[in-house]
Structures are given as structure tokens and as C-alpha cells.
Write a protein that binds this ligand. Structure first.
Ligand code: ATP
Ligand code: MG
Length: 157
């Protein structure tokens, strides 16, 4: 399907607002209102963004901000989800995309999950010709970035 990615992001974030309020987490949306179309399977993309946003909330203390930004860089769209949580040590920043990998087993056990969310996200983003990566400062916060090819004019014909 061709989807306005900005509108799609708003809809996903809207669904999390209630849960976020309970945890006193504030979503900051840096999403331009100019329509930007991508070809995506919405159910799969929902799964990707749901996991990244729920991670941002799960691994953040109460009262933090989660910033979701959409940026167009030529033929690519870049989406980022930034939190002010516990962060990820440098040596784990690529491993979190592996199946069943969870940083700090003891700590992770107290927060529900299987360690599959980001491995699935990576697979789905690659299937959409995109890239996904993490930038994080341990103790300060994490940003997950991913890209998707922007739809070109000729794709509409
Ligand atoms: P699941 O998503 O399957 O419910 P999960 O959240 O543990 O379980 P992933 O989403 O794949 O699994 O994340 C893997 C690990 O990466 C997490 O267990 C956590 O240790 C770390 N991680 C992911 N996102 C963040 C984040 N925003 N801040 C800190 N650590 C994170
Ligand atoms: Mg997860």
C-alpha cells in the first residue's frame, strides 16, 4: 500500500498516549504535516514501530520524554525514536537486533519481553529496503533510527 508515513506515525503514537500518561511519559512529535508517501505493509510497519515505542517506554523511567521524528533525506525517509532511559552499553548496541538478546539478563527479566522485538523489526525493515540501527549513551538514553525509501513521483503512475 502507499501510505502517508506522517499520518501513520501519528496514529500509532495516538494509541500509546494513554499508557504513556500513566507512566508520565510525554511524546514529542517532530513530524511535518506535508504528506510523505511510502510503500509499506501497514500491519508489519505497525509491529516495528509498536515494539520500538514500547521499548522506549519500558526502558525509561517515569517522567521522561520520547521524541518521534520524521526526516526526509533525498530519496530516504528517516524515522527516529529517542528516549531518556537507561541506555545501552556500546558493545550491545548492535547485538540488540539479534534474536533473544537482552541487555543485562537480571534487569531484563523484571521487565517483560522475549528479546525478539528488534530482531523482527530488523527483518521487516530490511524487507522494506531500509536500514535500522541504535545510537545510545549508557545512562542517558537511546535513539533507534530506521530508514525507508521515499516513494518517487513515477511510482504513482
Ligand atoms: P520483546 O520486544 O520481544 O517483548 P525485548 O523488549 O526484551 O522483548 P527487543 O525489543 O528485541 O526485546 O530488545 C532487545 C533488548 O535491547 C532489550 O531486552 C533491552 O535490553 C534492549 N533495549 C531495547 N530498546 C531499548 C531502549 N530503548 N533502551 C534501553 N535498552 C533497550
Ligand atoms: Mg521489545
Amino acid at each position: 500500500q502507499s501510505v502517508d508515513i506522517g499520518q501513520f506515525l501519528h496514529e500509532v503514537i495516538d494509541r500509546f498516549e494513554m499508557i504513556a500518561q500513566n507512566k508520565h511519559i510525554t511524546f514529542i512529535r517532530k513530524i511535518s504535516s506535508k504528506p510523505t508517501y511510502v510503500k509499506i505493509a501497514t500491519d508489519k510497519m505497525t509491529q516495528v514501530i509498536d515494539n520500538i515505542i514500547s521499548n522506549a517506554m519500558k526502558y525509561s523511567p517515569e517522567g521522561g520524554n520520547v521524541t518521534i521524528a520524521l526526516l526526509q533525506q533525498g530519496e530516504k525517509l528517516q524515522i527516529s525514536i529517542a528516549d531518556q532511559g537507561m541506555g545501552i552499553p556500546r558493545e550491545s548496541q548492535t547485538k540488540i537486533f539479534e534474536r533473544f538478546y537482552r541487555v543485562d539478563k537480571a534487569r531484563a527479566r523484571s521487565v517483560g519481553g522475549t528479546g525478539l522485538g528488534l530482531a523482527i523489526a530488523k527483518e521487516l525493515i530490511h524487507a522494506h529496503q531500509g536500514e535500522i540501527w541504535a545510537e545510545s549513551e549508557y545512562g542517558k538514553g537511546t535513539t533507534i533510527f530506521f530508514t525507508l525509501p521515499a516513494m518517487q513521483e513515477e511510482d504513482n503512475q
